[in-house]
Design a protein around this ligand. Structure first.
Ligand code: TPP
Length: 558
């Protein structure tokens, strides 16, 4: 009878769940996985740091709404990926982390890369963490892990794979590889809840729809558009849901922060349909600067824990956003909707006024380049359908002012962990998932330092990602915080030097471009996308200005 290794069983089960790429960094503990993946033609995108492999798996999941897979070796390989686990956990990103570990027979023997309980460390930052101890149980447990990761509310899982379990020989005929690993059964709302939601929306004077990560995850672009066009309700979005309603659409109000423009008492939303929204950081907590405390809330979320967390819901619907929109659409057809034209105009005028104010307020054509001018130039020169990854801190807040997208899942940026330095990893995953789409990674000069060696991964795997560094020689968000809280003379540990990041890129075989003058930025971006090769554009920008979103957050603490 033929025998197969434990590693082979892991890979066969992954294939049954449509896994087509795996991100990782080698270690002897993982050798059988590497060999089996290669035998089955599954590309391994090998990174220069495990955290980048983890972030790449997150990027893959976020660019596809599917599962990302990362494999890391025992001990330091595992500890290096922890930031990614935490990031995926807080963002509910479905990633399967496979960690190698010491052979079971070597337990408590001071052996290599061992002696820490990886499952115990992973448990509070995963949906499920488990060590497989019996080789024949690998298919069942890998399938269970994938099912858990990809079922709502989605999230990361970790399977710890001892070296002797992975290397064990198992008689092929004695194991069965599960089929139909993935479950697709989204929860639908009750008829009563749908009635109540429609009634509340029809009674509103200034209703809005807010779309959050749950809406993006439910793939509801078509249903969302049909509903808001019928009802005439403006839409505001967080980053993950950006593009669910195209930015060019007349009902598009902008990202959540644009709600802060609607300050007049007769211009504040009175009813909010929150689809897959997770209230907190991105809605400014319990502050009512974005969402008025008096607004009546219809909250649709797959995770009951999110409902009522910071806002009481008048109508609480524990369900999938797309299923709910389908039910709302079926009901909405039979209704007469109030004329919200005046309200729509108010929203559009507020949005336009913000842009006009910024164009007026922020210097153009100056050296060093004003960050608003830099992000405007970037946004204006993106090829159609670009996936944008936003890293750094102030850098992505500037970008939020100008980014426009026509398709969901195209703006991948910070979640609740706020871990700067994840951008290059996320970009790798997004580019592997969508080899034909352009990918741009905007990153601070602080953030790039964490994983700059991933420019090498991009080069080796021919991933033509365009990395733009907003180089202000500073951890700018930190420096500005210090200046405000402790005083300008107390700035310490937050300034950076005159590093030639573009030369580092060249050393890794990528293109490197240094931009110091405003007029050189647009041609550099165009050339980078046309070049079809990983490129790092190091842009010297002014450190002084603070992005409006951060000013708003700071004002909250006055
Ligand atoms: C991993 C990690 N370390 C530290 C911080 C704290 N922090 C928040 S913003 C920031 C500065 C980021 O600087 P940079 O990447 O240059 O971006 P910029 O603010 O200039 O856009 C730091 C250090 C963090 N959020 N994440």
């Amino acid at each position: 009878m033929a025998t197969v290794t434990g590693g082979e069983l892991v890979v066969r089960t992954l294939l049954g769940a449509n896994v087509r790429h795996v991100f990782g960094l080698h270690g002897a503990h993982l050798e059988t996985l590497f060999q089996s993946l290669a035998r089955h033609g599954v590309p391994i995108i090998d990174t220069r740091h495990e955290v980048a492999a983890g972030h790449a798996a997150e990027g893959y999941a976020r660019a596809t709404r599917g599962l990302g897979v990362a494999m890391v070796t025992a001990g330091p390989g595992f500890t290096n990926v922890i930031t990614s686990l935490a990031n995926a956990y807080l963002d509910r990103t479905p990633v399967l982390y496979l960690s190698g570990s010491a052979a079971l027979r070597d337990a408590e023997s001071n052996t290599l890369q061992a002696g820490i309980d990886q499952v115990a460390i992973a448990r509070p930052i995963t949906k499920w963490a488990h060590q497989i101890t019996t080789p024949s149980q690998i298919p069942r447990l890998v399938a269970q892990a994938i099912r858990l990761a990809t079922s709502a509310p989605t999230g990361p899982v970790l399977l710890d794979l001892p070296m002797d379990v992975l290397m064990a020989g198992i008689e092929e005929e004695t194991v069965r590889i599960p089929r139909n690993v993935l479950v697709d059964s989204p929860a639908a709302p009750t008829a009563q809840a749908v009635d109540d939601a429609i009634e509340l929306l029809r009674s509103a004077k200034r209703p809005i729809v807010m779309v959050g990560p749950g809406a993006w995850q439910s793939d509801c672009a078509q249903e969302l558009r049909a509903f808001v066009e019928r009802a005439g309700i403006p839409v505001f979005s967080d980053f993950q849901a950006h593009g669910l309603l195209p930015s060019s659409h007349a009902l598009w109000g902008g990202t959540y922060h644009k709600l802060s423009e609607l300050t007049a008492s007769d211009a504040r939303p009175d009813v909010v349909l929150a689809l897959g929204v997770r209230f907190g950081l991105f809605t400014m907590g319990i502050s009512d600067r974005l969402v008025p405390s008096g607004a009546k809330l219809i909250h649709v979320e797959v995770d009951p824990k999110e409902i009522g967390r910071l806002r009481d819901a008048h109508v609480a619907i524990v369900a999938d956003s797309r299923e709910t929109l389908r039910a709302l659409n079926a009901h909405a057809k039979a209704q007469r909707w109030p004329d919200f034209a005046h309200w729509q105009k108010t929203v559009q005028e507020a949005k336009a006024a913000r842009v006009a104010r910024h164009r007026e307020q922020y210097a153009r054509g100056t050296t060093p380049i004003h960050p608003f001018h830099a992000v405007t130039t970037i946004a204006d020169n993106l090829p159609p359908d670009t996936i944008v990854v936003g890293d750094g801190a102030e850098s992505y807040h500037w970008l939020n002012e100008v980014i426009r997208q026509e398709r969901a899942g195209s703006y991948i940026t910070h979640g609740f962990l706020g871990a700067v330095g994840f951008g290059l990893g996320l970009s790798l995953g997004a580019q592997v998932a969508h080899p034909k789409r352009p990918v741009l990674c905007l990153v601070g000069d602080g953030a790039i330092g964490f994983t700059i060696a991933e420019l090498d991964t991009m080069t080796r795997h021919a991933l033509p990602i365009v990395v733009v560094i907003m180089n202000n020689r500073s951890w700018a968000a930190s420096q500005h915080f210090q200046e405000i809280v402790s005083g300008r003379e107390q700035v310490l540990g937050t300034r950076l030097g005159d590093a030639r990041y573009h030369d580092v890129a060249k050393a890794f075989g990528a293109e490197g471009v240094h931009v110091t003058k405003p007029e050189d930025l647009a041609p550099a971006i165009k050339a980078a996308f046309a070049g079809g090769k990983a490129t790092c554009i190091n842009v010297e920008i002014d450190v002084t200005p603070i992005p409006p979103e951060i000013e708003l957050l700071m004002a909250r603490h006055d």
